[in-house]
Design a protein around this ligand. Structure first.
Ligand SMILES: Nc1ncnc2c1ncn2[C@@H]1O[C@H](COP(=O)(O)OP(=O)(O)OP(=O)(O)O)[C@@H](O)[C@H]1O
Length: 347
């Protein structure tokens, strides 16, 4: 049984301008111990979806089941109890600015009824876990963004949750700090077997730590699957768009390079090649050009670290007058590369 099941979920809001359908027939299953990404552009419905998972938003229709039990069937008291199993962190940390780091983490422990002594002991342990054991007396204003998010993570862990929801938790952070927070989340996931649901608009976040992902567009799930599958075989335009915006680990997307020593070629057949494992670094394209004595235009090339494995993609364009497209594609297939036709514009 999946730990989190979202069944035929709808959520609409009545506004003065009419009804907004934020979620439409969303179906998802998230397994225990998974790190699950929910990605989409702004306004896609991600925050509404994640808020439905702990019933901060009550769905208009459909069900959310945690370990087989529908949250809609709980009394408000049972729901409060269930929510202790679901921690949450946010983009803007939501810390108590007048309280120091230790007291911020103690706060939920006091609410649980812990004594001051016990709460402080536990809060200190949690701050050690997030690497802030030496900053207990600091106030939030004295901390960097990454440190504030670490405090928020420690606070979220105070109720020993089984699930941690992260709503754009790294969106306010620079790339290096983002990586360190993602590494911390992965560590927490593995050490404490906490299921993590990450809401983000950045594909780089998904590929760095998620094992599964759902792509949300216009309140609907456009595509879902393993991260590896979505990266290597994106089926929808929105998935391709999000991938296109994801800058590779080398920090640059290489576009518009001309291979083959000829002028940039316009509007020939375009194909997308997917590299995996070590093939990304082999001189396949150079050999292709030498073999067929035909130029190809490299419209885009990216290598990325997907869950620790080097992956890459390239979009190639054949010369408009090239007559060897078929053989050249076969050459690439024979070398174990996956190729697909690209119909949309590549910029
Ligand atoms: N409380 C609300 N009242 C009215 N409309 C809302 C409310 N919350 C969300 N919406 C609308 O629902 C849609 C989805 O919003 P949501 O915040 O879930 O998207 P999102 O993908 O998280 O976007 P972003 O990344 O910009 O935060 C939007 O059209 C938004 O305006």
């Amino acid at each position: 049984m999946s730990e989190i099941v979202i069944e035929n979920l709808y959520k609409s809001f009545d506004t003065k301008d009419g009804k907004v359908e934020a979620l439409k027939n969303v179906n998802l299953s998230i397994e225990s111990g998974d790190i699950y990404g929910i990605i989409g552009m702004s306004g896609a419905g991600k925050s509404t979806l994640v808020r439905c998972i702990n019933f901060l938003e009550v769905p208009t229709k459909g069900r959310v089941l945690i370990n087989g039990k529908s949250l809609g069937d709980y009394t408000s008291r049972e729901l409060r109890k269930q929510r202790e199993d679901i921690g949450m962190i946010f983009q803007h940390f939501n810390l108590l600015m007048q309280k120091n780091v230790l007291e911020n983490v103690c706060f939920p422990l006091y609410i649980q009824g812990k004594s001051k002594k016990d709460a402080r002991k536990r809060a200190k342990e949690l701050l050690d876990i997030v690497g802030l054991g030496d900053r207990t007396g600091a106030f939030p204003a004295q901390l960097s963004g990454g440190q504030k998010q670490r405090v928020a993570i420690a606070r979220a862990l105070a109720s020993d949750p089984k699930i941690l929801l992260c709503d754009e938790a790294t969106s306010a952070l620079d790339p290096q700090t983002t990586s360190s927070i993602l590494a911390l989340l992965k560590d927490i996931n593995q050490r404490f077997n906490i299921t993590i649901v990450i809401i983000t608009h950045q594909m780089s976040v998904v590929r760095e730590i998620c094992s599964h992902v759902a792509i949300v567009k216009g309140g609907e799930v456009a595509e879902q699957g393993t991260v590896e599958d979505i990266f290597t075989h994106p089926k929808t335009a929105v998935a391709r768009e999000l991938l296109k915006n994801d800058v590779g680990d080398d920090g640059e997307e290489k576009r518009g390079t001309t291979a083959g020593g000829k002028e940039i070629i316009k509007s020939g057949e375009k194909i997308r090649i997917v590299f995996s494992e070590n093939s990304a670094f082999e001189p396949v394209i150079a050999n292709l050009i030498l073999n067929f004595n035909e130029p190809v235009n490299i419209l885009k090339a990216d290598t990325k670290n997907v869950g620790g494995v080097a992956k890459g993609e390239m979009v190639l364009e054949f010369a408009p007058d090239c007559t060897k497209n078929k053989e050249m594609k076969q050459y690439l297939l024979d070398r174990g590369l996956e190729i697909e036709e690209v119909s949309e514009h590549v910029d």
